[in-house]
Design a protein around this ligand. Structure first.
Ligand SMILES: C[S@@+](CC[C@H](N)C(=O)[O-])C[C@H]1O[C@@H](n2cnc3c(N)ncnc32)[C@H](O)[C@@H]1O
Length: 323
């Protein structure tokens, strides 16, 4: 059976130490893509100064952020957030939301991926939602749930297969209707049109259904998929980000105006950046960790060179022998 050529980077200090010399960016540095103008920084999302440097005077029409739920507290990794650590997490959230909101255009979309720990009062989801109310310029729009295929807790509880995605808007950005690949097969919702009784399947232009706010149709990433990035532990499916990009695409742009840009302050495996490359939009992204910033840039380069969206189970750092 094939195995991933690189284990989880975050939990392996020895592997991490060996990868660092192969990272082109030092903390504080920013890489600008010479081809499509994407930007990748090793920066801190909670720092208004760092985020302003990344944006270089530009504003973003779409923020897609996937913060960690397992934050570092005092340079330690905490797997169990206690009540006080939850307060730390919320203060971390306030800082990054402030910097992320500051770089939004007058009319903009704002998405945040989040989780709820069912073994710990469902934190941080409800607490985070309350923090979001402190930002009145960001109006709540949708509470999306994406289904993961692999879950946990099947014996004594309902299997946990949810991944939450919060959608807010600033001002009134354009929203494009998108469709899934799921065929519109169920007849019903009969209505009289011009004296004739019609079913919903006859009245709609699309033969497939809309995703709504429960996304059941997107494949979670695992090591057999081409888009898999070995070493990254929190990768989102490209299809999910592409759906967001399509739904948020501005209908018209003013000639002479700079191209609208997407922001993602927690890049990790570079999924948002790669989805932007595929959809033809510049992405300004960062990760506090040089290894994940390097993975992000390598993923873009790998896609341009080989047309592949990831490494499947092969290593993104072939210069490191597994050990
Ligand atoms: C949940 S992952 C993002 C996954 C990403 N959406 C993907 O599909 O690959 C969170 C990332 O945030 C990074 N991170 C944590 N704290 C940060 C901070 N203060 N500023 C920027 N990045 C940070 C972590 O290193 C990690 O790579």
């Amino acid at each position: 059976m094939a195995r991933e050529a690189l284990g989880r980077i975050d939990g392996d200090e020895e592997l991490y130490r060996r990868l660092l010399p192969h990272c082109r960016l030092q903390p504080g540095e920013i890489w600008t893509d010479p081809v499509c103008g994407h930007r990748v920084g090793v920066l801190d999302a909670t720092s208004a100064e760092d985020t302003a440097r990344l944006l270089a005077g530009r504003l973003s029409y779409l923020g897609i952020h996937d913060p960690p739920y397992n934050l570092r507290v005092g340079n330690r990794k905490s797997t169990q957030l206690s009540a006080t650590q939850l307060q730390d997490y919320l203060s971390f959230s306030r800082f990054w939301i402030t910097s992320a909101a500051a770089v939004l255009e007058r009319d903009a979309h704002f998405y945040v991926w989040l989780g709820a720990d069912q073994r710990n009062g469902f934190q941080p989801l409800p607490d985070f939602m309350l923090v979001m109310r402190e930002f009145p310029e960001l109006e709540s729009r949708s509470f999306i749930t994406m289904r993961n295929q692999r879950g946990y807790g099947t014996q004594k509880n309902w299997m946990a297969v949810r991944q939450e995605l919060l959608y807010y808007t600033k001002g009134s950005p354009e929203f494009q209707v998108v469709f899934t690949a799921i065929p519109r097969v169920l007849r019903g919702y009969y209505k009289m049109v011009n004296g004739k009784r019609t079913a919903n399947t006859e009245r709609h232009r699309s033969p497939t259904i809309r995703p709504g706010n429960v996304w059941l149709d997107l494949q979670q990433v695992f090591y057999r998929l081409e888009e898999n990035v070995p070493g990254a532990y929190a990768q989102k499916p490209l299809s999910a980000i592409r759906r967001i990009l399509t739904a948020s695409r501005p209908g018209s742009t003013t000639p002479g105006e700079p191209e609208p840009i997407v922001t993602d302050f927690f890049s990790h495996a570079g999924t948002t950046l790669l989805a932007c490359e595929i959809e033809g939009v510049p992405c300004y992204t960062m990760d506090i960790d040089p290894v994940f910033a390097e993975l992000t840039i390598r993923r873009l380069e790998h896609y341009r060179k080989h047309g592949k969206t990831g490494w499947q189970w092969h290593s993104p750092f072939p210069e490191i022998t597994p050990g």
